[in-house]
Design a protein around this ligand. Structure first.
Ligand code: MTE
Ligand code: MO
Length: 320
C-alpha cells in the first residue's frame, strides 16, 4: 500500500478558503510556529462552567429536519485564531495549559448594573441553562448544526439594565499573550472583539453558550462562555468572553478592522451577497459525506422569520 506522508505545511482543510487567506506568508509561517512554544505546557483538560447541567432541550429550537453534527467534528474542526489558523490546531493547542476555570466575566459600559461574575454565578443569576439546536454557518462557506447549552443573551442584557444611550453591545475575548503565542504577534488586533446592535442582542435567538451536547464547553469551542448568533456568520460568535460592554456607537471588531470589505459589521448570512473572494450561495456541510456535502445557503441562515424585522429599511447589500 502506498502511504502518503503529509508535508509539514499541509492544511487539513485546503478545500475551504480561510478567512485570513491573504495573511503574508512570513506572518503565516510565524503563526504556525507557535506549536513548538505551546507544547512546553502540560496538558490540562478544558472543562469549566459546570453550573446548570443537566439541562433540557427547548422544544422551540429542536430543528427536527436537520442532522446534528457529531461531537467529535464540532470539537476538532474549529476556528479560534488565538490557537492557530488551521482547523485542527485549536483542539490541540488550547488544551496545553490554558485554564478556563475559574473564569470571571465583567459587564460594564452604559448600564445601571455593571457587575463582575464568576461564570457559574452568572448562570445562576440568569436562571440556569437550556439546550438549543442551531445552524452554524462560517463566512468561509462551511456549516454545522450544533446543540448548544446556554442562555439567551437577552437575559443578561435585562439583568444589566442598559441606559437609554446604549445602542450596541461589545464582546471581548480573553487576552493572555503569556500563554497564547499568537497574541504576541501583531497580525490581528488582539483581543478578539465583536459587537451587536442592542436590538439584535435582545432578539430571542442571540445566545450565550456554556456547553455543547450537554457538556461544558471545551476550550477549543470558547470555554467557558461564548456568543452564538445563528443568523450571522460564525465570526460574530466571540469565544472565551471576558467583557461585555454597552456602548453608544458601533464598536470596533477584529474581523471588520482587519478587512472591512470582506467582513461587514452586520455579517448576516446572505446567499445573495458574495464574499469578494468566494460565493456565499452554498455551503459545505461538515460531516455531510463527500458527495452529498453541499447545500444551498439560506437567507439569515434559515432564521428569516425571526430576525428580518430587525433590518427593516436597511440595505443589506451595502450593510453586509
Ligand atoms: N476569540 C475568538 N472567537 C472566535 C473566533 C476566533 O478566532 N477567536 N473565530 C470565529 C469564527 S470565524 C467562527 S466560524 C466560530 C467557530 O466556532 P466553533 O469553532 O465553535 O465552530 O468562532 C468565532 N469566534
Ligand atoms: Mo468563521
Amino acid at each position: 500500500m502506498y502511504i502518503h506522508k503529509k508535508p509539514s505545511w499541509y492544511l487539513p482543510d485546503s478545500g475551504v478558503t480561510p478567512q485570513a487567506a491573504y495573511l503574508g506568508r512570513r506572518k503565516f509561517l510565524r503563526t504556525l510556529g507557535m506549536g513548538a512554544a505551546a507544547t512546553a505546557f502540560t496538558r490540562v483538560p478544558g472543562i469549566s462552567a459546570t453550573a446548570g447541567f443537566p439541562d433540557t432541550l427547548n422544544p422551540s429550537f429542536k430543528l427536527s429536519a436537520v442532522k446534528l453534527t457529531p461531537y467529535d467534528l464540532i470539537t476538532t474542526y474549529n476556528n479560534f485564531y488565538e490557537w492557530g489558523l488551521s482547523k485542527d490546531e485549536p483542539s490541540k493547542l488550547s488544551n496545553q495549559g490554558w485554564k478556563t476555570d475559574p473564569w470571571t466575566i465583567e459587564i460594564g459600559g452604559l448600564c445601571a448594573n455593571p457587575a463582575k461574575f464568576a461564570v457559574n454565578d452568572l448562570i445562576k443569576a440568569v436562571g440556569g441553562i437550556e439546550q438549543r439546536n442551531y445552524r452554524h454557518r462560517c463566512v468561509e462557506a462551511w456549516s454545522m448544526v450544533v446543540p448548544w447549552d446556554g442562555f439567551p443573551l437577552a437575559k443578561l442584557v435585562t439583568l444589566s439594565s442598559p441606559k437609554p444611550e446604549a445602542k450596541y453591545v461589545q464582546f471581548t475575548s480573553f487576552l493572555d499573550p503569556k500563554i497564547c503565542p499568537a497574541q504576541r504577534s501583531n497580525d490581528f488586533a488582539w483581543p478578539f472583539t465583536e459587537g451587536l446592535m442592542l436590538d439584535e442582542a435582545m432578539n430571542e435567538l442571540a445566545f450565550l453558550a456554556t456547553g455543547i451536547y450537554g457538556k461544558p464547553l471545551l476550550n477549543q469551542n470558547g470555554a467557558p462562555i461564548r456568543l452564538v448568533v445563528p443568523w450571522k456568520y460564525g465570526f460574530k460568535g466571540a469565544k472565551s468572553i471576558v467583557r461585555i460592554d454597552f456602548v453608544a456607537t458601533q464598536p470596533k471588531t477584529l474581523w471588520n478592522q482587519y478587512a472591512p470589505d470582506e467582513y461587514g459589521f452586520l455579517a448576516n448570512v446572505n446567499p445573495e451577497v458574495d464574499h469578494p473572494r468566494w460565493s456565499q450561495r452554498s455551503e459545505r456541510v461538515i460531516g455531510g459525506g463527500f458527495f452529498s456535502s453541499r447545500q444551498p445557503t439560506l437567507k439569515f441562515n434559515g432564521y428569516e422569520k425571526e430576525v428580518a424585522a430587525l433590518y427593516a429599511g436597511i440595505d443589506l447589500r451595502k450593510n453586509f
